[in-house]
Design a protein around this ligand. Structure first.
Ligand code: NAI
Length: 339
């Protein structure tokens, strides 16, 4: 009832004001698609993050329920819910970080590109809102196909005159998380001790793990390299098939997105030495977008690192990845330019 809503709003305002007085550091974060398979656990993890002072949960369905549920957690962030397109602008106004897991996921037999027709339009609408209401925000794009949705977001921002390549980041963290896990399994060590750079993009052969550059340094047999590369490239499909029609990776994805968002916020706060892989506007190859290691700082992806020395297997993989990536990027760009 409206009275209740008013009361809740007043108390959340009081809470926010009280926190502001205490000078607690905190960022305003919006999750768009917050009622979805990724959105819900991601909202939970963001509510647990002490760097978040305000959490806006937006969706076209079910966001009031998710918001009521999450808002009962006794952690710092003030939670507000927003439902439907008419509340998109309120959801976005004043945000420092916007995370986008909105859109349909894969079913068995589908590629990420099969999602293009639905998700391209969703990402366009959401990015138009961002350009209008929080053009300075860091944007984390999760919606697939990331290889096309990030170029779509860039084109929307360019049209609006708000494009800052440092602030637009495609989330490829799940590929790194999987690579670390699978490699640790092969070596029989703790995945937290492992770092595998994964470059290229976020679909099939465009996912390019650089096993010659792993930390701790180690050498693999040709068989192990083939097994690991295949499993990392097809990790998403492994989950889609196991879920047998009930969607794609949501829990590991929420974990990966929360990890990446945390690194973005620590960068905004001014922490040093934050290096993550992300799909960004890039000059590392001849393609306009590419995933590689980036250094996160106060203005987003402040430095993009070159790929470093590749072995023959990786050079071959890179050529294959670039071919597919070029087409996906072009498809995203054309989707906005043809309108
Ligand atoms: P889901 O279908 O469970 O949830 C999507 C949510 O988006 C739903 O709650 C839906 O109502 C909402 N939505 C739809 N249209 C919207 C709009 N116009 N505005 C706001 N919200 C809207 O899907 P799930 O599993 O959460 O996946 C979301 C996306 O993330 C998919 O595109 C999926 O392919 C992608 N994904 C990306 C990964 C990555 O590594 N970048 C990994 C796994 C999934």
């Amino acid at each position: 009832c409206p009275q209740n809503l008013q009361m809740e709003d007043t108390s959340s305002l009081k809470l926010a004001a009280c926190r502001a007085k205490g000078g607690a550091p905190g960022f305003k974060v919006a999750v768009l698609g917050a009622a979805g398979g990724i959105g819900q656990p991601l909202a939970l993890l963001m509510k647990m993050n002490p760097l978040v002072s305000v959490l806006h949960l937006y969706d076209v369905v079910n966001s009031p329920g998710v918001t009521a549920d999450i808002s009962h957690m006794d952690t710092g962030a003030v939670v507000r819910g927003f439902l439907g397109q008419q509340q998109l602008e309120s959801a976005l106004t004043g945000m420092d970080l916007v995370i986008i897991p909105a859109g349909v996921p894969r079913k068995p037999g589908m590629t990420r590109d099969d999602l293009f027709n639905i998700n391209a339009g969703i990402v366009r609408t959401l990015c138009e809102g961002i350009a209008k209401c929080c053009p300075q925000a860091i944007v984390n794009v999760i919606s697939n196909p990331v290889n096309s949705t990030v170029p779509i977001a860039a084109e929307v921002f360019k049209k609006a005159g708000t494009f800052d390549p440092k602030r637009l980041l495609g989330v490829t963290t799940l590929d790194v998380v999987r690579a670390n896990t699978f490699m640790a399994e092969v070596l029989g060590i703790d995945p937290r001790e492992v770092a595998v750079p994964v470059v290229g993009g976020h679909a099939g052969v465009t996912i390019l793990p650089l096993l010659s550059q792993v930390k701790p340094p180690c050498s693999f047999s040709a068989e192990e390299i083939k097994y690991l590369t295949d499993r990392i490239q097809n990790g998403g499909t492994e989950v889609v098939e196991a879920k047998a029609g009930a969607g794609s990776a949501t829990l590991s994805m929420a974990y990966a997105a929360a990890k990446f968002a945390d690194a973005c916020m620590r960068g905004l706060r001014g922490d040093a030495g934050l290096v993550e892989c992300s799909f960004v506007a890039s000059q590392v190859t001849e393609l306009p977008f590419f995933a590689s290691k980036v250094r996160l700082g106060r203005s987003g992806a402040e430095e993009i690192y070159p790929l470093g020395p590749l072995n023959e297997f990786e050079r071959f993989g890179l050529e294959k990845a670039k071919k597919e990536l070029a087409a996906s990027i072009e498809k995203g760009v054309a989707f906005i330019r043809k309108q």
